[in-house]
Design a protein around this ligand. Structure first.
Ligand SMILES: N=C(N)NCCCC(=O)O
Ligand SMILES: [Zn+2]
Ligand SMILES: [Zn+2]
Length: 329
């Protein structure tokens, strides 16, 4: 039988991190999918970095399906390899990285689901893990930020998205995928000196959307700015805004152009390339990243796994940035 993992901490008796299944020994298309073929958290006991799935999409305003993203991103992550040449780090050897599985959130009760996400995050953080969350729709950033505030106080936020997600309500509902950052602002979860959107584009409801957003403290780097100014200038400006504050990075995959991420619920033309996103993230090496998420992959609209592959590489980039910062506990 093919084991999901080739080794466990107990079976190796070693204190070295347990890495992914070796794809030169067990074909990468064999076995049950975990993120990057890493061990499950329960197989290794603890992790410096945990990849947590949140299969939740009850907050969407248009095309549903992000509930299927954690499973699809794990499948698409089978081809990731253990060394990151761009950052010169072997994340899975530098620290213990493990797949923490999925939060079983209630699809019929959004506040209850959000509490479950926060509770799951809290348990992992208590055990000494940093978390890279794979959503799910963007609603789930709110409970993750609530937990960040509890641990670090108000955090800096770098938000990659086509959309502002600082809208007020939809159909009178407070907790939706278009509103998490307004709720976060209202709940004082954010360090209003250090808030940035990147990749913004597309039509808005009114000009007030922009004045509201600016009032909350956000700075906007549009998709056009990235094209006109280039990645190095954008990275420099973002780093200046963030400084060494505790930083949460929230990545809506629809920040990418639909050519690079067709599998998403609210696609907008004119976005950045996956190469630009990876380059900007790489430029954030050494910042004080305390948590991150990748959200809004909707596999039903994907083609040839383009979006799930992009998301798996984005998650790998985030794990690598965290691993560069060393062991968390
Ligand atoms: N967070 C995402 N992906 N989309 C928000 C779009 C909200 C709207 O329908 O206007
Ligand atoms: Zn979006
Ligand atoms: Zn979003």
């Amino acid at each position: 039988m093919i084991e999901a993992t080739t080794a466990t901490a107990a079976s190796t008796g070693s204190t070295e991190p347990v890495g992914p299944v070796d794809s030169s020994k067990v074909p990468r298309f064999a076995g049950i999918a975990t993120f990057a073929r890493l061990p499950r958290l329960e197989d290794v006991g603890r992790a410096d970095i945990a990849v947590m799935g949140v299969p939740f999409d009850s907050g969407v305003s248009y095309r549903p399906g992000a509930r299927f993203a954690p499973a699809q991103i794990r499948e698409a992550s089978r081809l990731l390899r253990p060394y990151h040449p761009g950052l010169d780090v072997s994340p899975f050897a530098a620290v213990q990285v493990a797949d923490a599985g999925d939060i079983a959130c209630n699809p019929y009760n959004i506040p209850e689901a959000l509490d479950a996400v926060q509770e799951g995050a809290s348990t992992l953080l208590d055990a000494g893990s940093k978390i890279v969350t794979i959503g799910g729709d963007h609603t789930i950033a709110l409970p993750l930020l609530r937990e960040m505030k509890r641990r670090h106080g108000p955090v800096a936020l770098l938000h990659f998205d086509a959309h502002l997600d600082t809208w007020d309500t939809y159909f009178g509902a407070d907790y939706t995928h278009g509103t998490p950052f307004r709720r976060a602002f209202e709940e004082d979860l954010l360090d209003t000196e250090a808030l940035a959107h990147a990749g913004i584009r597309g039509p808005l409801y009114s000009k007030d959307d922009l004045t509201d957003d600016a009032r909350m403290g956000f700075g906007i780097t549009t998709a056009m700015d990235i094209m006109n100014e280039g990645v190095p200038a954008v990275v420099q400006a973002l780093r200046e805004r963030i400084g060494d504050r505790p930083l949460y990075i929230s990545i809506d995959i629809d920040c990418l152009d639909p050519a690079h991420a067709p599998g998403t619920g609210t696609p907008e033309a004119g976005g950045m390339t996956s190469r630009e996103l990876l380059a900007i993230l790489r430029g954030l090496a050494g910042t004080n990243i305390v948590g991150a998420d990748v959200v809004e992959v909707a596999p039903a609209y994907d083609h040839a796994d383009i979006t799930a592959i992009a998301a798996s590489h984005v998650a790998y980039e985030l794990v690598s940035l965290m691993a560069l910062n060393g062991r968390s506990a």
